[in-house]
Design a protein around this ligand. Structure first.
Ligand SMILES: [Zn+2]
Length: 138
């Protein structure tokens, strides 16, 4: 059984997403919990409903930078602290950001573009509504 990290519902072993809340089930199905590579521990200590606050100062700094859309600085900070390579640091930073619910955009362009698109659609709908609904007569 794959237990949901979010709502603690049991899901089918093959399920990738929780049937109850739609959360991704990242627990490997029927794997040995004492594999001891640290990832199982990290998964079990992952909080369920409390606001995500990293215990690790480095992760906290990375999350803070990512929340301010400063991904480059976050990667730089991570590299300086761990001495890992650029690619590895980038992946780790993205993983940390994902874990704490920070969207890791490579730039703000996509986000802004979708906002503009949404505004355009909304504007169009209002325009159509204005054409369809006849003005009230006094
Ligand atoms: Zn769930």
């Amino acid at each position: 059984m794959s237990k949901c990290q979010i709502c603690h519902d049991e899901n089918a072993p093959a399920a990738q997403r929780c049937a109850s809340c739609g959360a991704w089930l990242d627990v490997p199905a029927s794997s040995d919990e004492s594999s001891g590579d640290g990832s199982a521990l990290a998964a079990s200590t992952r909080s369920t409903s409390t606001p995500p606050t990293p215990d690790d100062p480095l992760e906290a700094a990375v999350v803070d930078l990512m929340r301010n859309s400063r991904k480059i600085d976050a990667i730089k900070r991570y590299r300086e602290a761990t001495g890992k390579g650029l690619k590895e640091s980038k992946e780790e930073v993205e993983e940390i950001a994902r874990r704490y619910g920070v969207a890791s955009h490579s730039g703000g362009i996509g986000c802004g573009a979708s906002l503009i698109a949404a505004a355009a659609v909304l504007g169009g709908m209002l325009f159509v509504a204005g054409q369809l609904i006849p003005p009230l007569r006094p």
